[in-house]
Ligand binder design. Structure first.
Ligand SMILES: [Mg+2]
Length: 387
């Protein structure tokens, strides 16, 4: 089998959910008529939304004529071959991720097996989800608690809230010190959620890397009694030593990873003892095999994996295949509770989310296809659909 063409298109709507719903899809065409579709992160609408698409198309000449069964060879050919061009960083690694997913889709379809069977089988039939939550235009701790209870009633095993953009007491936009007023408010919000849901439901808190080191340490210590599932990106991802200082300062569980890519950046996190839980984004981190490698290296450190996820059903199912295949899976994020058309964009075993879980597809390949009619109605900024 040979690759004869590769195309990409961008689908989504910015206004729906803070930029988290713009996705790049890759299609790889073969001389035997099998077509694979993969998904990856678009590089953010703030950077046009087309950064990843351009990177994918730039890789096209290196893909034509390759045997799609040689997934690891193609991955290393593109990654190692592009090293001096930044191939392990965004958006090139996002492009490589989408290409890798499309190749797995082709091989699964050609062999008539779901992707998880190409990864050594599955530890679980359905993937446990936590829901990213927003209380809306309010800063009332009770509203946060009410939202948490509403989401848990839908079956989700855990909830996550952001505390970095409350707008209360912020000193200024570029100083990341959390002053007394803001810190007091943030702690009251987290206490409000914990009081509402009790201690038998997991609660994660995301800081989006918006706090400086002393503020992150103060917060991590203050929330110790609230027994968080994790405190996410208390400082930015780019300084692993600073994160290690936060982790060493308290018993609060520290999580990072959505802005780290490939096994090499996760090895750094483990070596620095900077993290208790990792959350690579499977639409960004390198692809299906690379995602499994990251999970396996984490497992050797007795560290669980709880992937960040803002994907469409197609990209999310790809993540489910990986998470089905590794023992140390903890939770997968669901970020689309507020996107009305999320289910309609794709065809497969719908509804994709069932009572807080995503069942792992048994269809050949990834097991999810774009609905062309819906996809065409959601093309990003005048982009064109696949031929
Ligand atoms: Mg996050």
């Amino acid at each position: 089998m040979k690759i004869i063409d590769i195309q990409a298109c961008v689908i989504g709507r910015q206004e729906e959910h803070s930029g988290g719903s713009v996705w790049t899809f890759v299609r790889i065409y073969t001389d035997e008529g099998i077509i694979g579709t993969g998904e990856c992160n678009s590089g953010g609408p703030g950077y046009s939304g087309f950064a990843t698409k351009h990177a994918i198309l730039a890789m096209k000449p290196r893909l034509i004529g390759e045997d799609p069964f040689n997934i690891n060879l193609i991955y290393e050919k593109l990654r190692r071959g592009g090293r001096y061009g930044g191939s392990s960083e965004a958006p090139l690694i996002f492009a490589l991720t989408g290409i890798d997913n499309a190749l797995y889709d082709i091989v699964g379809k050609a062999l008539g097996v779901p992707v998880y069977k190409l990864l050594g089988g599955k530890f679980r039939d359905k993937i446990r989800l936590y829901a990213d939550c927003h209380a809306g235009e309010t800063e009332d701790p009770k509203a946060y608690g009410d939202k948490a209870q509403e989401v848990i009633a839908e079956g989700f095993g855990a909830v996550k809230f952001d505390v970095d953009s409350t707008g209360i007491g912020k000193l200024d936009a570029y100083n990341w010190t959390v002053g007394a007023k803001e810190m007091t408010h943030i702690i009251q919000l987290i206490e409000g959620i914990r009081n509402a849901i009790g201690f038998e439901v997991d609660l994660a808190i995301d800081c989006h890397g918006q706090f400086d080191l002393p503020s992150a340490i103060t917060l991590a210590r203050a929330v110790e009694p609230l027994r968080l599932l994790w405190l996410e990106e208390p400082v930015p991802a780019e300084n692993v030593d600073a994160l290690a200082q936060v982790r060493a300062s308290s018993s609060t569980v520290i999580c990072t990873g959505e802005n780290q890519y490939t096994r090499f950046q996760f090895i750094e996190l483990f070596a620095a003892k900077a993290v208790d839980v990792i959350m690579p984004d499977m639409a960004k981190a390198g692809g299906i095999a690379e995602g499994k490698r990251i999970a396996d290296i984490a497992d050797a450190h007795y560290i669980p994996i709880a992937p960040h996820n803002v994907s469409s059903p197609l990209g999310m199912m790809a993540a489910c295949h990986i998470m089905a295949s590794v023992p140390n899976f903890l939770f997968l994020e669901f970020h689309a509770r507020d996107i009305a058309w999320w289910n309609d964009l794709c065809e497969g075993d719908t509804p994709f989310i069932q009572n807080g879980f995503m069942p792992v597809s048994e269809r050949p390949g990834i097991g999810v296809e774009l609905n062309a009619t819906v996809a065409k109605s959601l093309l990003w900024n005048g982009d064109t659909y696949f031929d």
